[in-house]
Design a protein around this ligand. Structure first.
Ligand SMILES: [Zn+2]
Length: 282
């Protein structure tokens, strides 16, 4: 694999971004001139590459897309930075540079189901995790659960391996108000089938598994769910926004990114951003 620094054309003198020693946290209030800032690699500039979309708005330095940035933002803004937390991330989209940066600050492990679509340090099936009880403090799991056939089994295993007080930050594509089983075979850019297109009712399954659960959303999305602002019309980007708003559960949601943060870090349009925070009680 070519180094990310070469792929995105960093000046040789700048070196690899993950060697610059940034903590994976940027306080956007300290940014006064840039319009766009990456909270992963600290790049700042006029704009991200591509349109505002959870799978796009790409950072020209580290290659993060908006949902990568939102996941780390949710974790660190809610949990706070604590050195050497045991962090497991399932099938991270980002590669060697991001993982090096995470290892600098956490006991970080990347896993993958079959080590094919994503490289991982270890192979893990969420339905039967080869990890000891209470061995993980933070589980980051972006866009994996929808590919797992037995949701309840996976959630029970995740609960087992999390330490008391440990947290899961869970992202799935949230395009529909309620969970649906795909009527025709569906795949997301690899050969792993999608078993569920989850809706807001995923919260019920997470609570049934024992987690204290809230859905972290942007302030603008929270305003739509609370009918403070009007929701836009679905525009064919895959998100059924009227359905999401109609079936949304404002009391299950907590806003984490105000208008300014959402704009600077590229968390737009608002209804693309939801991360389930699931805490294993002490
Ligand atoms: Zn970046």
């Amino acid at each position: 694999m070519r180094p990310i620094a070469r792929r995105v054309g960093l000046a040789a003198s700048e070196g690899a971004w993950w060697e610059l020693g940034f903590k994976p946290w940027v306080n956007p209030k300290t940014i006064t001139t840039a319009v766009a800032v990456c909270n992963i690699c600290h790049w700042s500039g006029d704009e991200f590459i591509g349109p505002y979309h959870t799978e796009m708005a790409t950072c020209p330095r580290c290659g993060s897309v908006a949902r990568d940035r939102f996941l780390l933002f949710c974790f660190l803004s809610r949990r706070g930075y604590v050195k050497n937390l045991r962090v497991l991330e399932t099938s991270p989209r980002m590669g060697a540079g991001y993982r090096s940066m995470m290892r600098r600050y956490f006991k970080y492990t990347a896993s993958d189901y079959d080590l094919s679509a994503h490289e991982g340090d270890i192979q893990i099936d969420l339905q039967a995790m080869a990890l000891p009880d209470s061995s993980i403090d933070i589980l980051l799991t972006p866009h994996v659960l929808e590919h797992v056939p037995d949701t309840a089994k996976a959630l029970s295993e995740i609960y087992r391996v999390l330490a008391p007080g440990g947290r899961m930050y869970l992202q799935v594509p949230l395009c529909y108000g309620s969970t649906q089983v795909p009527s025709t075979p569906e795949f997301h850019a690899d050969n792993t089938p999608v078993f569920f297109n989850f809706g807001w009712d995923l919260t019920d399954q997470l609570r049934a598994a024992g987690f204290t659960t809230t859905v972290l959303v942007t302030q603008d999305f929270a305003d739509m769910l609370n009918h403070v602002t009007e929701c836009p019309t679905s525009n064919g980007d895959g998100f059924n926004v009227e359905d999401l708003v109609a079936m949304g559960r404002p009391s299950d949601s907590s806003p984490v990114a105000d208008k300014y943060i959402a704009k600077v870090f590229g968390f737009l349009p608002a209804y693309h951003y939801a991360t389930w925070e699931c805490i294993k009680p002490n």
